[in-house]
Design a protein around this ligand. Structure first.
Ligand SMILES: Nc1ncnc2c1ncn2[C@@H]1O[C@H](COP(=O)(O)OP(=O)(O)OP(=O)(O)O)[C@@H](O)[C@H]1O
Ligand SMILES: [Mg+2]
Length: 313
């Protein structure tokens, strides 16, 4: 619309110029005047102006093409941004759903398991209270029942605690918690050879970083169990100097399973969560995999920097 109006304007101005030129014989007058100043070569001016005008046309066409390219690029970036925002929203929603279902499962466990045992323990306690003092058989059987149920209760509480906090993490440190975690996975994934090598002093890490490390390996091993169909998994933790001169802890988890195509759109939260946890410390996460060629995660977490609040990240 604007282009058509501008073109009409160009046509009208050119027509007006043509009428004026014809009406006042402008070219002849210009030539006669230029002839008078032949010394200054003024008569060459029209040719120079023609070349200059052609160059200006070339210049503006190039700018126009460039502007269109930039515009297309911007539209594409806007679309990608909108996609990323939508994906972000979807993941946030999924995360909230997951949190909600974890809470529901916890509430169900507390209700079904703890509630049931506490009830039975109470009944045994009541029967001890109400039993005639000389009825040793009833008293001792109720007491035995109470002891058994307290043991079971302890088992339930321990397993709930395990879900919420890595075993041994608080008392023995992250290295022991990792060894325990790997031992448990070995018992669960029979037929998978699993190695853990720690070539770094993990006690240097603060609690939040140590938990990041633990959760990362825990998720990587969960993924191996769920997706890899691997025969071998190698977990390596080493300390390195990074290019900026600081120290980093580098964790790699590599399996020889079925692999996948990196970059394909994923529904899961595990890898996204890993990336976010590592990025919160200025670290990086790299994934390498191809169908049939296993899966490898390499994460680098700086030992110092970016102050974090305590708690499970
Ligand atoms: N070790 C692996 N071997 C093969 N494929 C894997 C491996 N780890 C991850 N993947 C692929 O990457 C995808 C994304 O993993 P991610 O952990 O983000 O999600 P998920 O495990 O599917 O779900 P969740 O949100 O419960 O973790 C998986 O669905 C799987 O296709
Ligand atoms: Mg996962």
């Amino acid at each position: 619309m604007v282009a058509r109006r501008d073109m009409t304007l160009v046509g009208l101005i050119s027509l007006a110029a043509a009428i004026l030129c014809v009406r006042f014989d402008l070219s002849e007058k210009l030539m006669a005047w230029a002839h008078l100043h032949e010394r200054l070569q003024v008569d060459e001016l029209p040719a120079v102006l023609l070349v200059f005008t052609t160059c200006l046309i070339w210049f503006s066409t190039r700018r126009y093409v460039e502007a269109r390219r930039q515009l297309a690029l911007r539209t594409l970036t806007d679309m990608r941004l909108a996609d990323a925002l939508a994906e972000n929203q979807r993941l946030a929603q999924q995360y909230l759903d997951m949190q909600e279902s974890e809470r529901k499962a916890l509430a169900r466990d507390l209700h079904d398991e703890l509630g049931q045992y506490l009830n039975v323990i109470k009944l045994d306690a009541v029967s001890i209270r109400d039993a005639p003092p000389q009825d040793h058989v009833q008293i001792s059987s109720a007491a035995r029942g109470m002891i058994e149920n307290v043991d079971r209760l302890y088992g339930v509480v321990a397993s709930l605690i395990r879900q919420l906090r890595p075993v041994g993490f608080d008392a023995l440190g992250v290295a022991a918690a990792l060894e325990h975690c790997v031992r448990e996975w070995r018992a669960r994934l029979v037929g998978v050879t699993m190695s853990l090598s720690i070539d770094a002093d993990l006690s240097e890490l603060d609690e939040v970083r140590a938990l990041v490390l633990f959760r990362l390996i825990q998720e990587a091993l969960t993924n191996v169990a769920r997706h890899a169909r691997a025969g071998r998994v190698d977990i390596r933790i080493v300390k390195r100097h990074d290019s900026s001169g600081g120290d980093i802890i580098q964790v790699s988890v590599a399996d020889d399973g079925v692999g996948t195509t990196i970059g394909a759109r994923r529904a899961g939260l595990g890898l996204v969560g890993m990336r976010e946890r590592v990025a919160a410390f200025g670290g990086s996460l790299a994934l390498t995999s191809r169908p049939g060629e296993g899966f490898k995660i390499v994460a680098a977490v700086p030992i110092m920097g970016l102050p974090q609040k305590a708690g499970d990240p």
